[in-house]
Design a protein around this ligand. Structure first.
Ligand code: ADP
Ligand code: G6P
Length: 488
């Protein structure tokens, strides 16, 4: 117990595996900072703009961490990861154990005790860093599956802090979660928080059911009552933690403004022209991840080309795939499969000057993304499982012309909010997916505009600021914590 741990000066502390910026080593050995990949950073970067806070996270390169530094109003506090920890905590336990387990075991999760030990060790380090920067009574907002032990570890050291955790990815049904050899420790880690936020009510329910089944906790509605009786470490007295849905979103007004700028509009026209001014542009934008359903999407596109339902140059498909977790075997295999399939499709259906599938394994700036969205007559968002999917929300926000159509998988968090106005699909059903893509291409402009209007309204009124306010007010109104004395 370290209640005498040194206190910092920040009243608001973020902890996420990644800092908002990633240190990149250039070919000449020099370093540069780049926005970190993924939806977590997209959302939190806009929430934190102009706020005084500390952000605790990894700087993206294994080895010694840079010294803490200021980035506008944020104090960035890098946490080091050794090469071994990068392998075992980040690539291993986070992305080869938890990520597949939490995404419907699309690929089999790998369980290694050494990875678990590294996960615990790195979570301890994050907890220590949080305690070092947090002022007395500060609010601490911990993010995502990489840091599930941090809530209890922070609470143990600093009972004065108000601790929230948000799950950016799905929380699995207990039948899958129960496979995890360290399931009880993960749940106990999370129950150190005062409030737990999830993307969907189903995720919150899955968590509550796991607490009941694994820990013997009492779960009623959004409340999980935990006695701590199985190890006596946290909460010898009963305590109640609320677990509820708070769906994340995007900075709708910022993105709309960007998409509406003359530079982005011009760029959109230039992109369309460089594609040969096709009648229909289909677009996919994803991290290159097996959860995103890119293989299923390509299968559908390949069959549509084969049947002659679509053909270049009238119809072309652009797939942007951000490089991701490239040393993890499942990601390596996925890349090989995708690139093989794209090659085969283009070999069979492209002609000189008319490409069936444009495949870009690169990441781009926000302006380029906004321009690409404006070019897309049909946006294909077909994950097999996705916590939310911010690309879907960015797409409709970028369509200030009210045109375009969104094909969206029912297995995304976004479908909970958008299902009535998207072209909803089950990506496993290739025949159904093909029909849905054709419907999205061929529906009347009036029908598409009607749908797009409703989608844009939804994202505008449920933006990232609304999400952050909802999360923080739920955290602020969480029941008062018992004092340290009552806990022990
Ligand atoms: P995830 O968090 O799983 O990657 P999301 O769809 O929620 O998925 O968020 C992805 C974020 O990354 C979005 O803001 C999207 O615009 C951005 N993004 C995706 N692909 C690229 C790319 N190739 N270049 C730049 N940004 C990208
Ligand atoms: C998703 C996760 C984030 C993660 C991001 C990028 O959005 O929810 O926690 O940061 O993907 O993945 P990476 O492994 O590159 O951090």
């Amino acid at each position: 117990m370290t209640s005498s741990a040194p206190h910092g000066t920040y009243d608001f502390v973020i902890a996420a595996n990644r800092l908002p910026v990633d240190q990149q080593v250039q070919p000449d050995g020099s370093t540069a900072w780049k926005t970190s990949p993924g939806g977590l950073v997209t959302a939190m970067e806009s929430v934190m703009k102009g706020r005084e806070a500390a952000w605790v996270g990894w700087a993206g390169v294994a080895g010694e961490a840079p010294e803490p530094f200021d980035d506008d109003t944020l104090r960035l506090h890098p946490v080091p990861l050794s090469t071994e920890e990068h392998n075992e905590y980040y690539e291993g336990f986070s992305n080869d154990t938890l990520w597949p387990l939490y995404h419907d075991v699309i690929v089999p999760p790998t369980f290694h005790r050494t990875w678990w030990a590294a996960y615990r060790r790195v979570n301890e380090r994050f907890a220590e860093a949080v305690c070092e920067v947090a002022a007395e009574g500060a609010t601490v907002w911990i993010h995502d599956y990489q840091l599930q032990l941090v809530p209890a570890m922070v609470r143990d050291r600093r009972p004065d802090l108000r601790i929230g955790w948000f799950d950016h990815i799905p929380f699995p049904p207990v039948e899958l979660f129960a496979q995890l050899p360290w399931r009880a420790q993960i749940l106990r880690g999370l129950l150190g928080a005062d409030f737990l936020g999830f993307q969907r009510a189903d995720d919150a329910r899955n968590f509550a059911r796991s607490c009941r089944a694994v820990l013997g906790a009492t779960a009623k509605g959004e409340k999980v009552e935990w006695t701590g009786s199985d190890d006596g470490r946290i909460g010898a007295a009963p305590r109640t933690v609320r677990a509820a849905a708070v769906p994340i979103s995007i900075d709708a007004s910022g993105f709309r403004e960007l998409a509406d700028s003359p530079a982005v509009r011009e760029r959109a026209q230039a992109i369309r022209a460089s594609l040969g001014d096709p009648e229909v542009v289909l677009l996919g934008v994803d991290r290159l991840d097996y959860t995103k359903g890119i293989r299923h999407r390509l299968r559908a596109i390949g069959e549509l080309l084969e049947e002659g339902s679509i053909a270049p140059p009238q119809v072309t498909f652009v797939q942007v795939a951000t490089p991701s977790r490239e040393r993890v075997e499942a990601y390596r295999m996925l890349r090989e499969q995708i690139e093989g399939t794209v090659g085969r499709i283009n070999g069979d259906f492209s002609h000189l000057g008319d490409t069936a599938v444009h495949y870009l394994h690169q990441s781009y700036g926000r302006e380029e993304m906004a321009a690409l969205f404006q070019v897309a007559d049909v946006m294909l968002v077909t994950p097999l499982r996705d916590g939310m999917n911010l690309v879907a929300k960015e797409y409709v926000t970028a369509r200030h012309d009210g045109k375009g159509a969104l094909v969206l998988s029912e297995f995304t968090g976004a479908a909970e909010e958008m299902r009535n106005h998207v072209y909803l699909c089950n990506p496993h059903d290739i025949t159904g997916l093909k029909e849905t893509i054709l419907r999205a291409i061929n529906d009347s402009p009036e029908e598409k505009e009607r749908r797009m209007k409703a989608l844009r309204r939804r994202v505008r009124t449920h933006d990232v600021q609304a999400w952050a306010s909802a999360f923080l007010s739920a955290l602020a109104s969480a029941p008062e914590r018992p004092t340290r004395k009552e806990i022990r």
